[in-house]
Design a protein around this ligand. Structure first.
Ligand SMILES: [Zn+2]
Length: 191
């Protein structure tokens, strides 16, 4: 029995060595994040904004897996609720907010996104670009696990008029600190 156990151990060691030789390194922390998004209106806008957010997070090495609605939402997924009406007293001036210290939930004020671009602005990309950036910004807050803003780029607290125009053609960039915080946040989520 002992001999067999020893033989099995040798076999396991040999298999491990072979696996290492073939490049089976320890698995890196998963950077795929499930996101459930719920909305009743503006389906076309939301569906064109989602790829914008996906591309923005991909630039921070995060792969988003979208699910529509909360009904079949995976347990560890982030949840985004699009709110059609907001009251002025609710997070004044914000397009949305994340609650990283509570349940993984984001609220986005769709009425403020629409109102910020009267007549859809001068380009068909304006609204999807803006909503996509709002989604990516709030998702980053949840992944980082803190509410913190950068001086420039996607994680700036308030985008300038210039940022707003630029994002229609060129995605806003990440501050390197934000990418590092996302990486650390993702690692912590796996613990
Ligand atoms: Zn923010």
């Amino acid at each position: 029995m002992k001999t067999r156990t020893f033989a099995n151990t040798l076999l396991l060691l040999a298999a491990a060595a072979t696996a290492q030789g073939r490049g089976f390194a320890p698995v890196a922390p998963a950077s795929t994040v499930a996101v459930c998004i719920e909305y009743d209106q503006q389906a076309r806008l939301v569906q064109t904004a989602q790829p914008v957010a996906t591309r923005l997070l991909a630039a921070a090495d995060v792969t988003l897996r979208w699910h529509t609605g909360f009904k079949h939402c995976p347990e560890n997924a982030l949840r985004i609720a699009l709110q059609e009406h907001s009251s002025p007293s609710e997070h004044p001036g914000a397009f949305g907010y994340a609650q990283p210290y509570e349940k993984a939930t984001i609220r986005v004020f769709l009425d403020r996104v629409l109102a910020s671009q009267p007549g859809g602005a001068d380009s068909a990309n304006a609204l999807p670009a803006l909503l996509g950036h709002v989604l990516a910004h709030e998702i980053a807050h949840l992944l980082q696990g803190i509410i913190r803003h950068s001086h420039t780029g996607l994680m700036r607290a308030h985008w300038t008029v210039e940022d707003n125009k630029r994002m229609r053609t060129t995605p806003l960039s990440w501050d390197p600190d934000d990418i590092e915080l996302i990486r650390l946040g993702l690692a912590a989520r796996l613990l």
